[in-house]
Design a protein around this ligand. Structure first.
Ligand SMILES: [Zn+2]
Length: 187
């Protein structure tokens, strides 16, 4: 009987070594890696949005990450694929007011027109409206805030956020990273 117990405890030692310890460890690090979320206010029509930024979702335009890494600059990749934000006043389109269109840097879909661009003074390109049906809105609860993330509806590229403090008549301010868009001059 003692020998049996000894064998059994040996077995436990052998099997518990890594495999079973890894599972709670992974679970713990996953929980630890989640940002602390503070609900500042509730979006009245949250259900119309997707639930989180950069979530796994199928988009019509399939992104080839390896190709993108070669084609885009590091900041363009980090913004569009990892929802990063360029530093304010550093983007090439912040103070850019030529006539033309702004296309998605990843899939070239037309997203904004220069007619709706305005100088918000916030350090990023700002638009009071987007091209119809080209933008998807997601609830973004990162950094202890509740914001509305905007992504390209065609490829899922992160663009920036939209706020309700823009000029009339839309009262919208699309706060967009220069790194996520490409300007095409009007003919
Ligand atoms: Zn796109």
């Amino acid at each position: 009987m003692i020998r049996l117990i000894n064998n059994f405890s040996k077995q436990i030692k052998n099997t518990t070594n890594k495999k079973y310890l890894l599972i709670p460890l992974i679970a713990y690090s996953f929980v630890k890696s989640q940002p602390k979320q503070i609900q500042l206010y509730t979006q009245p029509n949250q259900q119309q949005f997707s639930s989180s930024p950069m979530q796994k979702q199928e988009f019509p335009f399939k992104v080839n990450k390896e190709e993108l890494k070669k084609r885009l600059t590091p900041i363009q990749y980090k913004v569009t694929q990892e929802a990063d934000t360029e530093r304010p006043y550093t983007g090439q389109y912040d103070k850019h007011f030529e006539q033309g269109e702004y296309l998605c840097i990843v899939c070239s879909e037309k997203l904004f027109n220069s007619d709706s661009k305005f100088n918000s003074g916030c350090g990023w390109p700002a638009f009071s409206s987007s091209e119809q049906g080209k933008i998807q809105e997601n609830v973004d609860q990162s950094h202890g805030m509740v914001r509305t993330e905007v992504v390209c509806k065609n490829c899922g590229a992160h663009l920036g956020h939209v706020f309700n403090d823009g000029p009339k008549p839309t009262h919208l301010r699309y706060c967009i990273n220069s790194a996520s868009i490409n300007f095409k001059k009007a003919n």
